[in-house]
Design a protein around this ligand. Structure first.
Ligand code: NAI
Length: 508
């Protein structure tokens, strides 16, 4: 059971996060005591909240009476000792282990034995924060996302000493506050900041390898992957300095596992002050009158698309693509084949879904020139798709395939022949990270997927996406990426190899 609404909640640290958390708790009906070490900061945060509540009334999201009542429940206090009566103390002070340990040490001494101590840390170990406490079992992570009143995810983090009943109470309380809580173990990056690393990392690799520019990567991740924002837009919003430092912190916390190695290119951007929106320029130019970025576009003027093809193998997750091509006028003859990835044979060239290998390697194996097509989350909805070719595909045949895809309603982005193109490699690496979090017991499948959808707005959880694609295909993409790069970064999680045939993470 969650805490009763009349239980007082203490918030320590009245900065960006503390202010938002105080708002959430007060809106849920709790008396809130807000404290900050900097003189006047708690009162200033309360005044800002008065403005926030006034705007919510203007927008019709709260009644005047609700807003007044919520604000009246928040008291700015001037001494930590004033938090003695709280049943839940949520700490949102600076991200320093020594400071947090000191705050909790004092809180433990002045609050009752039942008081739950919660930290909003985004990167420190809950186990380490709890270490000096006499009762470390009462400390738990309660990780809100910024802005706390808007983003639904709360990661409820258990350290080695955390009492499961305490984690459950915080989970239920967050749910009662209208949030989407998930349980997670205290490990570097918890769920979101760990599983999301490849979203940035792969995009940066693609640009470093000169396979596509940021505008093309962003357009494909949105137009084919279904994400609301592209990785470069998001890095510009977060700030390249901040995003790089989170990546570096996760890398360090994992004892420099090469899988999490941050990007040298992003460091160069951060060092050069190309921070993103806040500096006026990052991957994109935010100055007045700057031209919007333009993704690569296939030129197909006056080129007739192919009229017929043989489909080899079961279309499986590509059925929606085949349907669109048929609607665009392609006559398709089906042939049985046990290939994992279906192939469309146009005669002079093969169209192959990216399986993580180079088009060049597939062309050699198949004995025919190959056009690779990237992955889409939902072929019925995809607006754009990346394609690449082996060196023996004549320009005209490449353009003919592009013309067919355009006729089927896709904007087509030609990119260099890199393993996994754009969406296939990003998605497979997100799925791999999610599988690894599951394998290591960080969270359960529902928790992992919920965290990615509610914390960073992914269109689908990585494990549900893996179910859609099929674990064997995900492993094939990862194995091929690993073969091409021979880097630890691309090593598949052992879980993929021990999944029983046809096992699904999410759907029974
Ligand atoms: P902030 O810098 O806006 O606010 C921190 C506040 O804590 C300041 O007002 C400061 O005066 C106060 N403070 C520092 N030491 C204190 C102490 N010993 N006792 C009481 N107050 C003290 O920082 P922000 O962004 O609100 O972050 C706070 C915590 O939340 C950090 O642990 C951070 O990692 C975590 N977090 C931050 C997110 C973000 O996007 N900003 C997202 C999720 C978690």
């Amino acid at each position: 059971m969650g805490l009763q609404a009349d239980t007082a909640v203490g918030v320590i640290g009245a900065g960006a996060m503390g202010q938002g958390i105080a708002q959430v708790a007060a809106q849920a009906g709790h008396p809130v005591l807000l404290f900050d070490a900097a003189e006047g900061q708690a009162e200033a945060a309360r005044e800002k909240l008065a403005g926030v509540f006034a705007r919510l009334v203007e927008k019709g999201k709260r009644t005047q009476a609700e807003a007044e009542a919520a604000l009246a429940r928040i008291t700015a206090v001037t001494a930590l000792e004033d938090l003695a009566p709280v049943g839940l103390a949520i700490e949102a002070v600076v991200e320093r282990l020594d400071v947090k340990q000191e705050v909790f040490g004092r809180l433990e001494a002045l609050t009752g034995p039942e008081t739950i101590l919660a930290s909003n840390t985004s990167s420190l170990s809950i186990t380490a924060i709890a270490r000096p406490l006499a009762r470390p079992e009462r400390l738990v992570g309660m990780h809100f996302f910024n802005p706390a009143p808007l983003l639904p995810l709360v990661e409820v983090i258990s350290g080695l000493a955390t009492d499961p009943a305490v984690a459950e109470t915080v989970f239920e309380t967050a749910a009662a506050w209208g949030k989407s809580p998930v349980h997670a173990a205290s490990t570097p990056g918890f769920i979101v900041n760990r599983v999301a690393r490849p979203f940035y990392g792969e995009a940066l690799r693609i640009v470093e390898e000169q396979a596509a520019d940021p505008a093309t990567v962003d357009a494909c991740i949105k137009g084919a992957g279904g994400f609301r924002m592209g990785p470069f837009e998001l890095m510009d919003l977060i700030g390249n300095d901040v995003n790089y430092s989170v990546s570096s912190a996760v890398f360090e916390a994992f004892n420099y596992d090469p899988r999490y190695r941050p990007s040298i290119l992003q460091k160069e951007m951060a060092d050069g002050g190309l921070l993103g929106r806040k500096s006026g320029r990052g991957w994109y130019d935010y100055s007045d009158g700057a031209e919007p970025p333009v993704p690569a576009d296939a030129e197909t003027a006056d080129i007739a698309p192919p009229e017929a093809a043989i489909l080899l193998g079961d279309p499986g997750p590509w059925a929606g693509l085949i349907e669109r091509l048929a609607k665009a006028g392609l006559s398709i003859e089906r042939q049985e084949d046990d290939c994992l990835f279906p192939l469309l044979d146009f005669g002079p060239v093969l169209l192959c879904p990216s399986d993580g290998a180079h088009a060049e390697a597939i062309a050699q194996a198949e004995g025919k020139p190959v056009v690779l097509i990237d992955l889409a989350l939902d072929w019925a909805l995809a607006e754009r798709i990346a394609i690449a070719r082996s060196s023996d595909v004549p320009a005209e045949d490449f353009a003919r395939v592009a013309a067919l895809l355009q006729a089927a309603g896709f904007a087509v982005c030609p990119v260099e022949d890199i393993p996994g193109l754009i969406v296939a490699r990003t998605a497979a690496m997100l799925m791999n990270e999610a599988a690894d979090a599951l394998y290591k017991g960080v969270a359960d499948p529902d928790g992992i997927d919920t965290a990615m959808m509610k914390g960073v707005n992914y269109p689908i959880g990585p494990l549900a996406w893996a179910d859609r694609l099929g674990a064997a295909r995900v492993l094939e993409i990862l194995d091929n990426l690993a073969d091409c790069y021979r880097e630890e970064r691309y090593r598949p999680c052992p879980l993929w190899r021990r999944l029983p045939d046809g096992m699904r993470f999410r759907e029974g």
